[in-house]
Design a binder for this molecule. Structure first.
Ligand code: IDP
Ligand code: MG
Length: 150
């Protein structure tokens, strides 16, 4: 099974969307295998967004992400990385389709509620950045046999 890193950003936490987001991923049939609520230290924010270090928006992104607690999660499922990206929607919430998290709840790119890994390689890197292996649980969801055909 594949794993991905998902994080409700401080705007999503402050707007009370943690439960809604967890519910959507659970209802899809994905499995929550790790979670933590914390204000991210600067080093991990810089590492997580290292591809954006030179972008003009990086200083405001860093300030925003560190401005309040985030809800960090690891989710598991077959092809979970692209599945979660689809549920999350486009980076700019104005362009995100209705029914997606960003499409339903956001307006501004700088306040787009949620982060999700964009590839299996990013997912592995981001999971290892934020969680120790012992924090990841392995278990079987009771309904797995009716979620997957094989
Ligand atoms: P993603 O979150 O959909 O993967 P990325 O392009 O990887 O989007 O950008 C990472 C994050 O940086 C975005 O989710 C958003 O919070 C922020 N960001 C990206 N582009 C802009 C911008 O043009 N203005 C302000 N913030 C931006
Ligand atoms: Mg990205």
């Amino acid at each position: 099974m594949d794993r991905t890193f998902v994080m409700v950003k401080p705007d999503g936490v402050q707007r009370g969307l943690v439960g809604e987001i967890v519910s959507r991923l659970e209802a899809k049939g994905l499995k929550l295998v790790a979670a933590r609520f914390e204000v991210l230290p600067e080093k991990r924010v810089t590492e997580q967004y290292k591809e954006h270090l030179t972008k003009l928006f990086f200083p405001s992104l860093k300030k925003f992400i560190m401005g309040g607690p985030c809800f960090l999660m690891v989710w598991e499922g077959r092809d979970v990385v692209p599945i979660v990206r689809t549920l999350v929607g486009a980076t700019n919430p104005q362009e995100a389709a209705p029914g997606t998290i960003r499409g339903d709840f956001g307006i501004d790119t700088g306040r787009n509620i949620i982060h999700a890994s964009d590839s299996p390689e990013s997912a592995a890197r981001e999971i290892a950045l934020h969680f120790r292996p012992a924090e990841l649980s392995s278990y079987t969801r009771a309904d797995e046999s009716v979620i997957y055909e094989y």
